[in-house]
Design a protein around this ligand. Structure first.
Ligand code: SD4
Length: 316
């Protein structure tokens, strides 16, 4: 098939009315910071990012602060403190960051550290590696000055004990609270962060998409950034956030780029996925978009001095 025709017909072979913009000469959105994050607690997280941006801070610092806010919230049962544990009652954390220079840091299967996103940042800033996992990640965190804390709150422990009675299989959309944050600062530079305790009552040792660069988060400072929430296994298999950014590079607007990435998942599941994935995307010119597979998905957007919650309907 000729390239041009392929672009016009889209992944499922369906005609789509998408107008492909030229990504080459993408305008940089300067002096108009934008913050985009997943779910309704993204609003409060965005506020933390805004504080940094108002002082002229950079996108990476702002994204980290936003993610830290969700990690500290004991009522958010999918991130940091108060996150629901795995099948063995252990709270295990995944997080990553990526900045405008293409640097990245990540931690997976980290335990007893309240701010995995900041450990991921340290991996990026202070080591020659991108990813540390498990006990090695914990040791690195402690040696970098992070305090160890028990993250299993009484509430989460009680939930886990209830679950132990029948071990009903949960899906991530039942406890969806992963925070992914995309930020553009006043210079127009892009960065992002993602942090989660993952799938409630998952197998001990399970790692999701959230620490995987390209899956839950990808930033290309020339084109845009994208991030995910939802069933990590399916995001990993389709390298979701990288794909969304690549679609924007091809000229798809942010929302359409998210939908094209979701079309891949729909196709792999014979048109009937029974789980949730949500993507958020931010383009270099400050345009944003979001899409989800099913039901609905809320995201928080700060732009032009307004921080508001939006809801997008599922594609099916
Ligand atoms: C995971 N993607 O561990 C995460 C879960 C999630 O909203 O996003 N929940 O698979």
């Amino acid at each position: 098939m000729k390239r041009r025709k392929f672009l016009r017909t889209g992944i499922l072979g369906l005609a789509s009315p998408v107008i492909l913009a030229k990504s080459k000469n993408m305008k940089n959105n300067k002096n108009n910071p934008v913050v985009l994050s997943t779910w309704n607690f993204g609003l409060a997280a965005n506020e933390q990012a805004i504080k940094i941006l108002r002082k002229g801070g950079n996108a990476m610092d702002a994204a980290e602060m936003a993610a830290r806010h969700a990690e500290s919230d004991p009522d958010n049962n999918s991130v940091g403190l108060g996150g629901l544990p795995d099948e063995k009652g252990k709270v295990t954390l995944d997080a990553c960051v990526m900045d405008s220079k293409g640097n990245a840091g990540s931690v997976a299967f980290l335990q007893n550290i309240k701010h995995p996103v900041s450990v991921a940042r340290k991996v990026m800033d202070d080591t020659k590696h991108v990813m540390l996992v498990g006990e090695g990640a914990r040791q690195f965190a402690v040696s970098s000055g992070f305090e160890e804390t028990n993250l299993l709150t009484k509430k989460s422990e009680n939930e886990w004990k209830k679950w132990l009675k029948n071990k009903r299989e949960m899906t991530p959309h039942e406890t969806h609270d992963t925070i992914s944050v995309l930020v553009q600062d006043k210079n127009g530079d892009l960065s992002g962060a993602c942090t989660t305790s993952g799938w409630a009552y998952k197998m001990h040792g399970r790692v999701g998409d959230s620490p995987i660069i390209g899956s839950a988060l990808f930033v290309d400072n020339e084109i845009g950034s994208a991030a995910a929430t939802g069933l990590g296994e399916e995001v990993i298999k389709t390298v979701g956030s990288f794909l969304v950014v690549e679609m924007m590079r091809q000229g798809y607007p942010p929302e359409q780029a998210c939908k094209e990435a979701l079309n891949r998942v729909i196709k792999l599941h014979n048109g009937k996925p029974d789980f949730q994935i949500g993507y958020i995307a931010m383009r270099k010119d400050g345009e944003v978009g979001a899409a989800c597979l099913k039901w609905s998905f809320e995201y928080a957007l700060y732009k032009k001095n307004k921080n508001k919650l939006y809801k997008t309907k599922g594609m099916m």
